[in-house]
Write a protein that binds this ligand. Sequence first.
Ligand code: NI
Ligand code: MN
Length: 227
Amino acid sequence: MDIRFLAQSAVELVDGDTRILMDPFLTGNPKATVAAEELEPTHILLTHGHADHYGDTVEIAKRTGAPVVALVEIANELSELGVETVHDPNLGGTVAFDWGWVKLVPAWHSSTTPNGTVSPAAGMLVMVGETLIYHLGDTALFSDLKLIAQRGNHVNVALVPIGGHYTIDRFDAVTACEFVGADEVIPIHYDTFPAIETDAQAFKSDVENATETKVVVLAPGETHTVR
Ligand code: NI
Ligand code: MN
Protein backbone atom coordinates (compact mmCIF):
# COMPACT_ATOMS: atom_id res chain seq x y z
CA MET A 1 0.00 0.00 0.00
CA ASP A 2 1.18 3.51 -0.82
CA ILE A 3 0.67 6.61 1.32
CA ARG A 4 0.97 9.86 -0.58
CA PHE A 5 1.38 12.95 1.62
CA LEU A 6 -0.39 15.90 0.01
CA ALA A 7 0.49 18.56 2.68
CA GLN A 8 -1.08 19.58 6.01
CA SER A 9 -3.25 16.57 7.00
CA ALA A 10 -4.18 15.50 3.47
CA VAL A 11 -3.04 12.05 2.45
CA GLU A 12 -4.03 9.51 -0.16
CA LEU A 13 -3.97 5.81 0.73
CA VAL A 14 -3.61 3.77 -2.46
CA ASP A 15 -4.08 -0.01 -2.61
CA GLY A 16 -4.66 -1.32 -6.12
CA ASP A 17 -7.79 0.36 -7.47
CA THR A 18 -8.73 1.77 -4.05
CA ARG A 19 -7.74 5.41 -3.54
CA ILE A 20 -8.76 6.76 -0.13
CA LEU A 21 -8.37 10.51 0.20
CA MET A 22 -8.27 11.96 3.72
CA ASP A 23 -8.72 15.60 4.79
CA PRO A 24 -8.37 16.99 1.23
CA PHE A 25 -7.30 20.60 1.85
CA LEU A 26 -5.66 21.56 -1.46
CA THR A 27 -7.18 24.82 -2.72
CA GLY A 28 -5.55 27.62 -0.72
CA ASN A 29 -2.99 25.25 0.78
CA PRO A 30 0.39 26.94 0.23
CA LYS A 31 2.26 23.58 0.37
CA ALA A 32 -0.01 21.53 -1.89
CA THR A 33 1.71 20.10 -4.97
CA VAL A 34 -1.44 18.74 -6.61
CA ALA A 35 -4.70 20.49 -7.42
CA ALA A 36 -8.03 19.16 -6.19
CA GLU A 37 -9.10 18.60 -9.83
CA GLU A 38 -6.23 16.16 -10.38
CA LEU A 39 -7.45 13.73 -7.70
CA GLU A 40 -9.72 10.79 -8.51
CA PRO A 41 -10.41 9.16 -5.14
CA THR A 42 -12.73 6.19 -4.71
CA HIS A 43 -13.46 7.22 -1.10
CA ILE A 44 -13.06 10.38 1.00
CA LEU A 45 -12.57 10.44 4.79
CA LEU A 46 -12.87 13.59 6.88
CA THR A 47 -11.58 13.79 10.49
CA HIS A 48 -13.32 17.07 11.34
CA GLY A 49 -14.80 20.24 9.90
CA HIS A 50 -12.01 22.83 10.02
CA ALA A 51 -11.16 24.40 6.67
CA ASP A 52 -7.62 22.95 6.62
CA HIS A 53 -9.21 19.45 6.56
CA TYR A 54 -12.67 19.92 4.98
CA GLY A 55 -10.96 21.76 2.13
CA ASP A 56 -12.14 20.56 -1.29
CA THR A 57 -14.32 17.71 0.00
CA VAL A 58 -17.55 18.92 -1.60
CA GLU A 59 -16.03 19.63 -5.03
CA ILE A 60 -14.13 16.34 -5.20
CA ALA A 61 -17.04 14.25 -3.91
CA LYS A 62 -19.48 15.78 -6.41
CA ARG A 63 -17.11 15.41 -9.35
CA THR A 64 -16.02 11.82 -8.64
CA GLY A 65 -19.07 10.41 -6.84
CA ALA A 66 -16.74 9.14 -4.10
CA PRO A 67 -18.60 8.35 -0.87
CA VAL A 68 -17.57 10.48 2.11
CA VAL A 69 -17.17 9.25 5.70
CA ALA A 70 -17.58 12.07 8.22
CA LEU A 71 -19.05 12.64 11.67
CA VAL A 72 -22.84 12.71 11.56
CA GLU A 73 -23.27 16.51 11.74
CA ILE A 74 -20.72 17.06 8.98
CA ALA A 75 -22.16 14.19 6.90
CA ASN A 76 -25.61 15.80 7.12
CA GLU A 77 -24.18 19.10 5.92
CA LEU A 78 -22.48 17.38 2.99
CA SER A 79 -25.77 15.71 2.01
CA GLU A 80 -27.53 19.06 2.08
CA LEU A 81 -24.80 20.47 -0.16
CA GLY A 82 -25.50 17.75 -2.72
CA VAL A 83 -22.89 15.08 -1.96
CA GLU A 84 -24.63 11.92 -3.13
CA THR A 85 -23.22 9.21 -0.84
CA VAL A 86 -22.25 9.91 2.75
CA HIS A 87 -21.60 7.65 5.74
CA ASP A 88 -22.43 9.34 9.03
CA PRO A 89 -20.89 7.51 12.02
CA ASN A 90 -20.23 9.14 15.36
CA LEU A 91 -17.28 8.51 17.68
CA GLY A 92 -16.93 4.78 18.30
CA GLY A 93 -18.65 3.83 15.06
CA THR A 94 -17.19 1.67 12.29
CA VAL A 95 -18.06 1.80 8.60
CA ALA A 96 -17.21 -1.28 6.53
CA PHE A 97 -16.16 -1.34 2.88
CA ASP A 98 -15.10 -4.16 0.56
CA TRP A 99 -11.45 -3.10 1.11
CA GLY A 100 -11.61 -2.83 4.92
CA TRP A 101 -13.13 -0.46 7.44
CA VAL A 102 -12.97 3.00 9.03
CA LYS A 103 -13.46 3.56 12.76
CA LEU A 104 -13.91 6.95 14.39
CA VAL A 105 -11.99 7.41 17.63
CA PRO A 106 -11.77 10.45 19.90
CA ALA A 107 -9.51 13.42 19.25
CA TRP A 108 -9.34 16.32 21.71
CA HIS A 109 -10.04 19.26 19.46
CA SER A 110 -12.87 21.53 18.27
CA SER A 111 -14.67 21.36 14.94
CA THR A 112 -16.74 23.81 12.93
CA THR A 113 -17.07 23.59 9.15
CA PRO A 114 -16.60 26.66 6.95
CA ASN A 115 -20.43 26.70 6.72
CA GLY A 116 -20.82 26.79 10.51
CA THR A 117 -21.72 23.18 11.34
CA VAL A 118 -20.41 22.25 14.79
CA SER A 119 -19.47 18.68 15.71
CA PRO A 120 -16.87 16.82 17.74
CA ALA A 121 -13.52 16.06 16.10
CA ALA A 122 -12.28 12.55 15.37
CA GLY A 123 -9.25 10.47 14.70
CA MET A 124 -9.65 7.64 12.22
CA LEU A 125 -8.47 4.06 12.21
CA VAL A 126 -8.40 2.94 8.60
CA MET A 127 -7.90 -0.74 7.83
CA VAL A 128 -6.93 -1.19 4.18
CA GLY A 129 -6.51 -4.88 3.43
CA GLU A 130 -4.07 -6.02 6.12
CA THR A 131 -2.62 -2.58 6.84
CA LEU A 132 -3.90 -0.44 9.72
CA ILE A 133 -3.45 3.31 9.37
CA TYR A 134 -4.24 5.66 12.28
CA HIS A 135 -4.84 9.28 11.27
CA LEU A 136 -4.88 11.17 14.58
CA GLY A 137 -6.66 14.18 13.06
CA ASP A 138 -6.04 17.33 15.09
CA THR A 139 -5.67 16.59 18.79
CA ALA A 140 -4.19 17.49 22.14
CA LEU A 141 -2.26 14.88 24.09
CA PHE A 142 -4.55 12.59 26.08
CA SER A 143 -3.92 9.25 27.74
CA ASP A 144 -6.72 7.41 25.92
CA LEU A 145 -4.46 7.37 22.86
CA LYS A 146 -3.16 4.24 24.64
CA LEU A 147 -6.50 2.47 24.16
CA ILE A 148 -5.85 1.75 20.48
CA ALA A 149 -2.94 -0.57 21.29
CA GLN A 150 -4.59 -1.80 24.49
CA ARG A 151 -7.61 -2.95 22.46
CA GLY A 152 -5.29 -5.04 20.29
CA ASN A 153 -5.09 -2.75 17.26
CA HIS A 154 -1.55 -2.99 15.96
CA VAL A 155 -1.06 0.23 14.01
CA ASN A 156 1.23 -0.11 11.02
CA VAL A 157 1.41 3.59 10.19
CA ALA A 158 0.27 6.51 12.35
CA LEU A 159 -0.19 9.99 10.89
CA VAL A 160 0.66 12.32 13.78
CA PRO A 161 0.28 16.12 13.94
CA ILE A 162 3.44 17.83 15.22
CA GLY A 163 3.01 21.54 14.39
CA GLY A 164 1.77 22.77 17.76
CA HIS A 165 -0.53 25.77 18.33
CA TYR A 166 -3.69 24.06 16.98
CA THR A 167 -2.56 20.53 17.94
CA ILE A 168 0.12 18.74 19.92
CA ASP A 169 3.63 20.01 19.22
CA ARG A 170 6.59 17.81 18.32
CA PHE A 171 7.37 17.15 22.01
CA ASP A 172 3.88 16.02 23.01
CA ALA A 173 3.79 14.10 19.74
CA VAL A 174 6.69 11.94 20.95
CA THR A 175 4.53 10.85 23.90
CA ALA A 176 1.61 10.26 21.53
CA CYS A 177 3.89 7.99 19.49
CA GLU A 178 4.82 6.07 22.66
CA PHE A 179 1.11 5.60 23.42
CA VAL A 180 0.19 4.42 19.91
CA GLY A 181 3.18 2.11 19.36
CA ALA A 182 2.98 2.14 15.57
CA ASP A 183 5.60 0.51 13.33
CA GLU A 184 5.99 3.77 11.46
CA VAL A 185 4.92 7.39 11.95
CA ILE A 186 4.49 10.04 9.29
CA PRO A 187 4.39 13.57 10.76
CA ILE A 188 1.58 15.82 9.47
CA HIS A 189 0.04 19.24 10.19
CA TYR A 190 3.25 21.29 10.27
CA ASP A 191 5.08 23.95 8.21
CA THR A 192 1.96 24.83 6.18
CA PHE A 193 1.64 28.19 7.96
CA PRO A 194 4.05 30.17 10.20
CA ALA A 195 2.06 29.31 13.36
CA ILE A 196 2.75 25.59 12.92
CA GLU A 197 6.37 25.63 11.76
CA THR A 198 8.49 23.00 13.50
CA ASP A 199 11.53 20.76 13.10
CA ALA A 200 10.36 17.41 11.71
CA GLN A 201 13.88 15.94 11.69
CA ALA A 202 14.26 16.71 15.41
CA PHE A 203 10.90 15.01 16.00
CA LYS A 204 12.19 12.00 14.06
CA SER A 205 15.32 11.64 16.19
CA ASP A 206 13.38 12.15 19.43
CA VAL A 207 10.87 9.42 18.52
CA GLU A 208 13.51 7.02 17.25
CA ASN A 209 15.57 7.52 20.44
CA ALA A 210 12.55 6.97 22.70
CA THR A 211 10.70 4.16 20.89
CA GLU A 212 10.98 1.32 18.35
CA THR A 213 8.89 3.38 15.91
CA LYS A 214 10.47 4.54 12.65
CA VAL A 215 9.58 8.06 11.52
CA VAL A 216 9.18 8.73 7.81
CA VAL A 217 9.33 12.45 6.99
CA LEU A 218 7.65 13.14 3.64
CA ALA A 219 7.77 16.35 1.64
CA PRO A 220 4.39 17.34 0.18
CA GLY A 221 3.76 15.18 -2.89
CA GLU A 222 6.04 12.35 -1.75
CA THR A 223 4.86 8.75 -1.43
CA HIS A 224 5.81 6.12 1.15
CA THR A 225 5.28 2.44 0.36
CA VAL A 226 4.23 0.42 3.39
CA ARG A 227 6.20 -2.87 3.71
NI1 NI B 1 -8.64 21.48 13.29
MN1 MN C 1 -6.08 21.48 11.45
